[in-house]
Design a protein around this ligand. Structure first.
Ligand code: EPU
Length: 422
């Protein structure tokens, strides 16, 4: 497994371009199974998770190709309804196959994904949604088995104790667009990635009202056609670059950072005293050369609240703020694997239930650390950039799952970084 060696204390300087959103394009790959016509996705990030999804679709029988950088073509003429454990366990997003397979083939057998380091990831809401559409759903031998022969429109409230569900909304939506009759999804996830999936489905012929809101009304159509769609920029990657620029006291233009999708994070940065400028609808400039970070209180919430996928990165940044920050995780209360690793770099963070209490300001020092999941790894990169000395981040395959060419982008910004091959 590769490692990343980062020599800290160098200010990031220059421009970085954000790639397409991982969490939009993974369900979009699944949506391509809804039609036998060709679907072309553009601005697809170069990630191991994307290649995994392509492998899964190929294993199901679709013809998948990557003719040029960022472009993927999927043609699902004949596909099977069985998504085995060996494939699904590698990537939780493959749960998004459930809705499209059920809709297209009137049956689906999708393995339950299994354990996850960021905490419990139940699928009860996905099942509730499919049942609301008239499907019969059973768990057998570790598989979610759907009989969708009686699938039709229905009404479902998709909220649980942690709020709405992103991939659950994607599943029910993708099934509903081709189910006869009308469907109403209440407490649908409002994440921009779901709105972008809706836009792709509409281009394929779907009828969806309320895109981007918690109430989605869908009128089922008999079939969908092919599509060409460009994936929206990754707001989490954008937020990660902004945090990295701030931590390194750098000056960085983040191209593809959209104010529209980053509102809650930008509000926190403002409170933290991190100077940034909205340069256009599509770019944000951070000048942190004279930054004096203030501590903040922040709580992760479903969109438009502060995203859980930026919580670890904010924790790393707040180790550099002068005072006590409290960061509370309301989506995945156990998602704090970055805390002990940041502590190895000198951070003073204690856990109180779902909150991390961060006492700054810390002079971080480089250390060998272990990446445990995607966003925890991003937090370690941010801390490493700010730290004195060298940090060796091991097991960076987690980073490669979700950050397109992170080491080249860091290098282009002047960071002293080296990928050590396993
Ligand atoms: N939940 C339930 N029941 C369900 C589904 C979810 O109780 O049936 C709970 C979860 O346990 C959690 C909350 O609802 O507490 C939200 O989970 P959600 O279903 O929205 O998460 P997800 O769809 O599995 C997506 C992203 C995650 C991101 C979360 C939250 C994709 C492929 N994954 O996961 O992304 O953290 O939404 O925004 O879209 C990442 O990119 O690093 C990542 C983990």
């Amino acid at each position: 497994m590769d490692s990343l060696l980062i020599k800290g204390g160098v200010r990031l300087d220059g421009e970085v371009s954000v790639s397409g959103a991982k969490n939009a394009c993974l369900p979009m790959f699944a949506a391509a199974l809804l039609t036998s016509e060709k679907c072309v996705l553009k601005n697809v990030p170069d990630l191991s998770d994307v290649r995994f999804m392509a492998d899964i679709l190929s294993a199901l029988g679709a013809v998948v190709s990557n003719p040029s950088k960022g472009v993927w073509e999927i043609e699902a003429r004949e596909i099977s309804a069985f998504a085995p454990y060996e494939l699904v366990r590698k990537m939780r997003a493959s749960i998004c196959l459930l809705g499209p397979l059920s809709a297209r083939l009137k049956k689906a057998e999708v393995s339950l994904p299994g354990g996850c380091v960021i905490g419990a990831r139940p699928v009860d809401l996905h099942i509730k949604g499919m049942r609301a559409l008239g499907c019969s759903v059973e768990i057998e031998r570790g598989y979610i088995c759907v009989d969708a022969r009686k699938m039709r429109g229905g009404q479902v409230y998709l909220g649980g104790r942690f709020g709405s569900t992103v991939t659950g909304t994607a599943n029910v939506l993708m099934a509903a667009v081709v189910s006869p009759g009308n469907t109403l999804i209440e407490n649908a996830a409002c994440e921009p990635e779901i709105a972008d999936l809706c836009k792709m489905l509409v281009k394929m012929g779907a009828i969806i009202d309320g895109i981007g809101s918690p109430t989605l009304s869908i009128s089922g159509v008999p079939r969908l056609g092919g599509v060409e769609h460009s994936v929206l920029p990754d707001r989490i990657e954008a937020g990660t670059w902004i945090a990295a620029a701030a931590a390194s006291r750098g000056r960085v233009l983040v191209k593809g950072a959209q104010k529209r999708t980053l509102g809650s994070f930008l509000d926190i940065l403002e409170r933290a005293g991190c100077p940034f400028e909205i340069r256009s609808a599509n770019s944000i400039y951070v000048d942190a050369s004279n930054i004096k970070l203030r501590p903040v209180e922040a709580v992760t919430l479903p969109y438009p609240g502060f995203p859980t996928d930026l919580q670890a990165q904010l924790c790393a940044l707040m180790t550099l703020a002068d005072g006590i920050s409290i960061i509370t995780e309301r989506i995945y209360p156990e998602r704090f694997m970055h805390v002990p690793e940041l502590a190895r770099m000198g951070a003073q963070i204690s856990r109180e239930g779902p909150s991390a209490i961060i006492a700054g300001k810390t002079k971080l020092s480089g250390a060998p650390v272990m990446a445990s999941d995607l966003r925890a790894s991003a937090a370690l990169v941010i801390a490493a950039l700010a730290a004195k000395g060298e940090t060796l981040i091991q097991r960076i395959y987690h980073l490669d799952r979700g950050y397109d060419n992170i080491d080249s982008k860091l290098k282009a910004l002047g960071a002293k970084v080296e990928r050590l091959k396993a």
